[in-house]
Design a protein around this ligand. Structure first.
Ligand SMILES: [Zn+2]
Length: 424
């Protein structure tokens, strides 16, 4: 308890916002009048903000992916911006919010970060109750037989008697590649721990780090490994489209296939990928007729955005109208078509879609995955409909546009895994 007694007035002025937080009641009482005056809307009622209270814990360990991680496994954590070495690591409390009336890609777009949205988002993660500061437990997806090497970040203000791992030894092997620090301080141990899933499991598992002090055990770090007992299988067909007078069609490369497999594996989806042996030859003048439709400026035809999605259905209708292609009805169909003016790829819509298009002039290896994940139900990470809305270009999520800013995009989140795979 802290008590302050002042005989005269107390005046506090701030140029920005002023917050007062309490875990229990806030009481303002006066022998005369209590006035609360707000110029705009007076006194507001609503859900309280929860303050981020920072306590100094004596021993904390965080699991983090290595800097060389390219998405070979799913790893999702509440980004803090200070405790990992990955290329893109923006603090979530700075980049979760909502866009205003203009879409994020518009020049007029305005992003407003929101603590309410942030707190909704971090509820996706479990916390360790024995740690007083908010320790959000990361999620890892690991297939049976798969092995992963992770980093450990330590913050130690008091060294402890001993530290051990607690996990199901029938399901995992855990090898510590570097011994725990023996002195106080902060340590980032790259490739510190190797975890192998020996088999499949139908319940979420966890690997806990436990410190023992004076015979008392307490959890100082944890990682959840999402149940991998039920894998979802999908069939994918790659279709090369050729058009007599426009070239620039580019086959989907082995690297793009690898990125695609990785991104699906993150959500425990195993794709069976086939390539159609013959090109789909398109006769009509699709480029003019579909890309450059209604709008005419002077004697030039101008891209009409409203019709872009119809490109996907245009190709898909030609292909699926052939009776012999009925066998591909259940497949996701990726059409690789000649160059576009300025598009890498396009999905027919978000969710309940089977077809996507990628263009020959696509400039990065993640377009194929990005478009397919749209078809499978994922919005852009910066879309107000995405569940949680992140500021554009600030994440390494496959559904962001960060590649425009020379940032690699290859990750997906726990809520995206659940959306892609209803078995999770
Ligand atoms: Zn997109």
């Amino acid at each position: 308890m802290k008590i302050r007694e002042v005989e005269g007035d107390i005046i506090e002025t701030t140029g920005g916002n002023s917050y007062a937080y309490a875990q229990k009641e806030i009481i303002n009482s006066s022998e005369e009048v209590v006035s609360q005056v707000g110029a705009e809307s007076g006194v507001k009622y609503g859900k309280p903000l929860i303050p981020i209270l920072v306590y100094e814990e004596s021993y904390i360990v965080h699991f983090r992916p290595n800097r060389t991680w390219k998405g070979e496994f799913g790893f999702d954590w509440v980004r803090n911006g200070t405790d990992s070495t990955v290329q893109v690591d923006e603090r979530y409390s700075d980049i979760v919010g909502k866009y205003g009336m203009h879409y994020a890609t518009s020049k007029k777009a305005k992003f407003i970060k929101s603590f309410q949205e942030y707190f909704k988002c971090v509820k996706e993660y479990n916390v360790i109750s024995s740690i007083r500061e908010k320790y959000y437990i990361p999620f890892l997806t690991l297939l049976g037989g798969q092995e992963v090497t992770l980093d450990l970040y330590y913050r130690i203000s008091k060294i402890t008697d001993s530290v051990e791992f607690d996990y199901n030894k029938e399901l995992f092997t855990v090898i510590l590649n570097q011994s725990h620090p023996s002195e106080e301080g902060t340590y980032y141990n790259a490739n510190a721990i190797t975890i192998r899933a020996l088999k499949s499991f139908n319940k979420n598992q966890s690997i806990k780090i436990v410190k023992i002090e004076d015979g008392i055990k307490s959890i100082v770090g944890e990682l959840v490994i999402v149940k991998n007992g039920e894998i979802k299988n999908v069939k994918i067909l790659l279709i090369n489209v050729s058009y007599p007078t426009i070239d620039g069609q580019k086959d989907i490369s082995p690297e793009e296939i690898l990125v695609l497999r990785n991104s699906l594996n993150q959500a425990y989806i195993l794709p069976d990928i086939e390539e159609l042996s013959d090109d789909l030859v398109v006769e009509s003048n699709w480029y003019d007729e579909i890309f450059f439709t209604a709008k005419t400026k002077g004697d030039k035809k101008v891209l009409d955005d409203s019709n872009i999605r119809s490109i996907v259905h245009y190709f898909d209708d030609i292909f699926m109208n052939e009776k012999e292609n009925d066998i591909y009805n259940m497949y996701y169909r990726i059409y690789s078509v000649p160059n576009s003016k300025n598009l890498n790829g396009i999905a027919g819509g978000v969710g309940n879609e089977k077809a996507v298009v990628v263009f020959g002039n696509r400039d990065n290896t993640t377009t194929v995955s990005h478009e397919l994940l749209h078809a499978m139900g994922l919005y852009h990470s910066f879309d107000n409909d995405a569940g949680y809305t992140f500021e554009i270009y600030k994440t390494d999520n496959i559904m962001d546009y960060s590649h425009h800013k020379n940032k690699n995009r290859f990750t997906t989140t726990i809520w995206q895994w659940r959306k892609l795979n209803d078995k999770l």
